[in-house]
Design a protein around this ligand. Structure first.
Ligand code: CP
Length: 312
């Protein structure tokens, strides 16, 4: 991974995926033992500088990347679009080039779809790390979800993962279907017709019209937020009120009661209580949302350590 960009799960070879997940597990252990200094070359780390440039809001991804930099001893500089010259009309693509010209050791970005070809992103001499790209991809969240499933279920191969909700607009769902199926999971989805995925990638995956049928089938449930901010023209055509959405697609009391006792419930966040997941489901002992968040830190520690070559 040294010096490489990470834009999409497709950019990772199988050995990269296992390297990141294995190293994230090691980071988790050393972190809990208070021994991160034994894993990281602190002299090298102290000479590294990383930029974060976000054009969309974020809690988990931004803070976990910044926390990872801090724990590694790497300096991080954060720039939001609203506080940058994007607010004066400069494009996001030009801003990325300007930040690259300042020669950070990596540039972590979150943005809407970019007008930069994938090959240019991947061949960037400054490693670019995708922290959420439009509706397209969110690889570091997916890797965190994979680690959470692995830890809890003991394997990913053979797991039955049901992704529920606004699949169409979910960059996490698009990354999860690629990553988890590559790791041997069976993936299926359940969504309102207007929010079903249209991307070719999903063509061969099972679709459940009835949520409860899917819940009975699954060992891992992934609930997704309805991303109204991305609906645009679709809004009128979805034809669902919040009440109807809840009725058909919310993970709530009925689903919790029919779900496998050994299964786990995930949500990449942010979760909107009462819409796609109920308070009852969020309190259930199988809910692993905070584990996903915590594992996001170890995955990002591992990613930065590999890309910046910080391991002792
Ligand atoms: N999962 C995720 O990307 O959350 P944030 O938007 O809070 O970073």
């Amino acid at each position: 991974m040294l010096g490489r960009s990470l834009i999409d799960i497709d950019n990772l070879e199988d050995h990269h995926i296992s390297d990141i997940i294995d190293l994230a597990k090691v980071f988790k252990k050393y972190f809990k033992d208070g021994a991160l200094h034994r894993l990281v070359d602190s002299t090298k780390a102290s000479r590294k500088l990383v930029y974060l440039f976000f054009t969309e809001p974020s809690t988990r991804t931004r803070v976990s990347f910044e926390t990872a930099c801090d724990r590694l001893g790497v300096k991080a500089i954060y720039l939001s679009a609203g506080r940058s010259s994007v607010a004066k009309g400069e494009t996001v693509e030009d801003t990325i080039n300007i930040l690259k010209a300042l020669k950070p050791d990596a540039l972590i970005f979150r943005s809407k779809k970019l007008k930069i070809p994938m090959e240019d992103l991947l061949s960037s001499p400054i490693p670019l790390i995708n922290a959420g790209l439009g509706t397209q991809s969110h690889p570091s969240q997916s890797l965190s979800d994979a680690l959470t499933i692995l830890e809890d279920r003991g394997q990913i191969k053979g797991e039955r993962v049901l992704i529920v909700g606004d699949v169409l607009h979910s960059r996490v769902a698009h990354s999860n279907v690629k990553l988890l199926s590559r790791l041997g999971a069976e993936v299926a989805y359940c969504s309102p017709k207007g929010l079903a995925p249209r991307n070719e990638v999903w063509k061969n995956f099972k679709n459940f019209d009835e949520l409860n049928e899917g819940v009975k089938w699954a060992t891992v449930l992934v609930s997704l937020r309805v991303q109204e901010e991305r609906h645009g023209d679709l809004l009128g055509s979805i034809g669902f009120s919040v009440a109807e959405y809840r009725d058909k697609f919310r993970i709530g009391y009925d689903q919790v009661n029919i779900f496998s006792p050994e299964g786990i419930i995930l949500h990449p966040g942010p979760a909107i209580r009462g819409v796609e997941i109920s308070n009852f489901a969020l309190r259930d002992s199988r809910c692993r949302i905070l584990n996903q968040v915590e594992n996001g830190l170890y995955v990002r520690l591992a990613l930065l350590s590999l890309i910046l070559d910080l391991k002792v």
